[in-house]
Design a protein around this ligand. Structure first.
Ligand SMILES: [Cu+2]
Length: 177
């Protein structure tokens, strides 16, 4: 038992029990397997993220997203602009306490360059139900190429705990035919 000291002070010279040795070997081999699969997933994984990332201040990113929303705004829902950018355009979403802003309206089968950053803390961009997950950090602008293959309404939630309003941190991407 770990709560009592070992009977022998020099405990590490005692022979190891077969069962324990078995588990150590299994854990070691599993660790090796996982290590080499980090490399393998790069080639066979279907959810590799883009590695395109830039440094940006939260103030500059906020100004960019606001200008984008202003330019392509078509409606407003509960005070949040609904933005319909032309196909192929660079599109922007920001994360902040506690919302993903603005609402995007995209066209099916068109590719967009989706930019993501945070204005305050670290957030987790999680697109549902497709289950695309990206960690979003303040100070970094991530760019992901996104091609919607299905029309409908997709929810964005925050899956990185970010304080008292975390559970209310949602957003939307709408895909039209
Ligand atoms: Cu969050």
């Amino acid at each position: 038992m770990a709560v009592t000291p070992p009977e022998q002070r020099i405990w590490w010279n005692e022979p190891i029990h077969k069962t324990e040795l078995g588990w150590i070997v299994i854990a070691f081999l599993w660790g090796l397997f996982m290590f080499f699969f980090m490399i393998a997933w790069h080639f066979i994984g279907e959810q590799n993220l883009s590695t395109e990332t830039y440094r940006i201040t939260p103030q500059k990113y906020e100004a960019k997203v606001e200008a984008f929303a202003e330019q392509f705004k078509v409606a407003e829902e509960d005070g949040v602009p609904v933005v319909r950018p032309p196909a192929g355009e660079d599109v922007f979403i920001l994360g902040r306490l506690w919302e993903w802003w603005p609402i995007l309206e995209l066209k099916k089968d068109q590719s967009y360059r989706l930019h993501l950053s945070s204005l305050d803390w670290q957030h987790g961009f999680s697109l549902q139900p497709t289950n695309i997950n990206i960690q979003v950090h303040p100070g970094y602008e991530h760019v992901i190429t996104l091609t919607p293959t299905e029309a409908g309404e997709f929810g964005i939630i925050c899956n990185e705990y970010c304080g008292i309003g975390h559970h209310q941190m949602t957003g939307r991407i709408r895909v039209t035919e």
